[in-house]
Design a protein around this ligand. Structure first.
Ligand code: 13P
Ligand code: SF4
Length: 304
């Protein structure tokens, strides 16, 4: 921590000078999560919080689609992303043309897109979802057939929860969660029969089936806080366990985790530079933003 202190102090000072708030995703490293963030959360919580920010500047410590969502929901604010290269394998896997092609293949079916998409893709969608509300949103659709994009694993996991829907999905995947296998989890459980295994729903269905619980990043944190197991394996990004281990010293976090290369491009150094130079402002063309706002707002209304 001592090595981070000068950056943490400088960022917190600049935040006050610039009238800025830092919204950070649960996958940020501990020095960002504990040292400089004003609000931490999963994608849905970050979107809702962004829409309520009064400060002039939002520094989005997360990936690009999260910064776009903040800008769309609160367009009068300056939204900075400390590294413009902070993408997402899911967001990069699907284009508006792909969505239109799916609509042609499944006429009349509503398009539910994961928030892990570009503003352009949201603009041609009917409603968005996140990992915390996907089943709820799909269940709320009137049509029996529902198009889900771009995460095939999330779609398959939702299909199990909402069996009366005929879900058709795009072939995208998260590079972090797709790497976990059910065989790894079974082998792990043999050695640690008492450990609670908790998996993000971007994992393949057989991985989620091996887990004791599946939920969004904040759902996972809340579950561990509630259950306080002696041992827990978080089948998700590595910073999750690091961020909550100080708060829960009685829980031993065990087992493998994977790093998100995109989330890890955000560092204290880049946050400081972006606040200092006011660099990394995210802009969404007005026409796209107006269309993309509707499915995000529908999602927020349906999740209440
Ligand atoms: P959450 O909405 O669960 O925070 O997920 C976002 C994400 O990118 C997970 O990989
Ligand atoms: Fe995208 Fe996966 Fe990284 Fe989340 S963990 S930002 S879904 S690549």
């Amino acid at each position: 921590w001592a090595i981070h202190a000068p950056y943490v102090e400088a960022i917190n000072r600049l935040k006050a000078e610039r009238n800025a708030v830092i919204l950070a995703h649960n996958y940020m490293t501990p020095e960002i999560y504990h040292g400089v963030a004003d609000f931490v959360g999963d994608s849905l919580q970050l979107a809702i919080r962004a829409s309520e920010v009064d400060a002039e500047v939002i520094v989005q410590c997360g990936v690009h689609f999260m910064a776009e969502t903040s800008k769309i929901l609160n367009p009068a604010k300056t939204v900075l992303i400390p590294d413009r290269e902070a993408g997402c394998s899911l967001a990069e896997s699907v284009t508006p043309a792909d969505i239109e092609a799916m609509r042609v293949r499944h006429p009349g079916a509503p398009v539910v897109t994961y928030v892990n998409t570009s503003a352009e893709v949201k603009a041609v969608s009917d409603v968005c979802c996140t990992s915390s509300n996907a089943a709820q949103i799909v269940a709320a659709m009137e049509s029996e057939t529902v198009i889900m994009a771009p995460d095939k694993h999330l779609a398959r996991n939702v299909a199990k929860q909402v069996p009366h829907k005929n879900i058709v999905w795009w072939d995208g995947a998260c590079v972090v969660h797709e790497r976990f296998t059910a065989a790894d989890l079974r082998q792990f459980r043999e050695g640690r029969p008492d450990a609670l295994i908790i998996a993000h729903p971007e994992c393949p269905t057989d991985v989620v089936a091996e887990a004791d619980f599946s939920g969004s990043t904040s759902g996972i944190i809340d579950f561990v806080r509630r259950e306080r197991p002696r041992e827990a394996m978080l089948v998700t990004e590595c910073s999750m366990a690091s961020n909550i281990s100080d708060e829960l010293p009685e829980v031993e976090f065990v087992g493998p985790c994977n790093m998100c290369p995109y989330m890890k491009t955000i560092t204290l150094e880049k946050i400081l530079w972006s606040l200092h130079a006011m660099e990394g402002a995210v802009e969404v063309p007005a026409g796209i933003a107006a269309k993309a706002r509707l499915p995000i707002e529908r999602m927020i209304a349906l999740s209440r």
